[in-house]
Design a protein around this ligand. Structure first.
Ligand code: GLN
Length: 291
């Protein structure tokens, strides 16, 4: 193994960027240069972008120490989102910790579909398994008269979701409930129910990237033997959760479309079942309506 190149006080920004990139490459990280730039900007952008943009600037002692420590975390394959403590989703910046799934760009497909299918007025929206709150907060940010509820089994995740709601000024329009998939039934009916449940088949977890397998919450990933456990509970709950004609949108795994179409079509009182792909052409969102 090659000796890790240290980042030292006095190094120029471009030298540090090269050293960080090399170290992250050696740690098996795909977009090492991009990650190096994220780490540099986390440390160097202190309200003064011009300084960060100057590749000739020399690192101060404190900056070099911080970079060393952030780089070591990334080399250990901690996700960038958790190192930075926040991550972009839709138009929002969300606080992210190891207690919530990092919001993924694929989930923005669900947001688009949900927005197309909920009216502009005072819709009542439910997000099941909310994690960071990404889905409910993105929807409420786009629908100013809507209000909603979000459920999660993890109290720690709900703390993050509440923090995010407050930071975005959306906390007056959302209530958070700790519990299972059926925890909001007493508050039904809703116009829209969205969920990004755990859907990775149990046996595939060990083969995931270390960033996911070692750092993201299993509760948000493990979908049981075939990955479909959550949907077997969620789909039959939709008639009770939704108003007549109400819309549901669930994120699904890239090859789960056919199985889930069949499952949804065989669920009493659901209609207009449809499947949508993400930008990479894989199955991504299952939608439908209550009769
Ligand atoms: N999209 C996530 C992944 O592939 C999984 C999210 C989930 O199970 N809901 O890592």
């Amino acid at each position: 193994m090659s000796q890790a190149v240290p980042v030292r006080a006095g190094d120029r920004v471009f030298t540090a960027r090269r050293a960080l990139t090399k170290r992250l490459q050696d740690a098996g990280i795909e977009n090492a240069d991009l990650d190096a730039r994220y780490l540099l900007s986390a440390v160097l952008v202190n309200g003064d972008r011009a300084q960060w943009l100057d590749p000739e600037r020399c690192l101060e002692e404190k900056e070099a120490t911080q970079l060393q420590s952030l780089c070591a975390r990334r080399e250990a394959r901690e996700p960038l989102s958790q190192i930075l403590g926040s991550w972009g989703f839709w138009t929002l910046d969300l606080t992210v910790t190891k207690d919530v799934l990092t919001p993924r760009p694929e989930t923005e497909r669900l947001i688009e579909l949900a927005l197309q299918n909920v009216n502009n007025g005072s819709a009542k929206i439910l997000d099941l398994g909310t994690g960071s709150g990404a889905i409910i907060l993105a929807l409420l940010s786009e629908r100013k008269e809507a209000h909603g509820m979000a459920v999660d089994r993890s109290a720690k995740a709900l703390d993050i979701a509440r923090t995010n709601a407050a930071a975005l000024g959306l906390d007056t329009r959302v209530r958070f409930i700790e519990g299972d998939w059926d925890a909001a039934l007493a508050h039904a009916p809703f116009d829209l129910v969205a969920a990004n449940p755990p859907y990775i088949p149990h046996a595939e977890i060990a083969g995931l990237d270390p960033e996911v397998r070692s750092f993201e919450p299993m509760l948000a990933l493990d979908g049981g033997a075939d990955g479909l456990d959550a949907y077997r509970t969620l789909l039959p709950l939709m008639p009770a959760y939704l108003k007549p004609g109400g819309f549901f949108a669930f994120e699904i795994g890239g090859d789960q479309g056919l199985a889930l179409m069949a499952l949804a079509q065989n669920t009493e009182s659901l209609k207009e079942i449809s499947l949508f792909l993400d930008l990479t052409g894989r199955d991504r969102v299952l939608c439908g309506r209550r009769d």
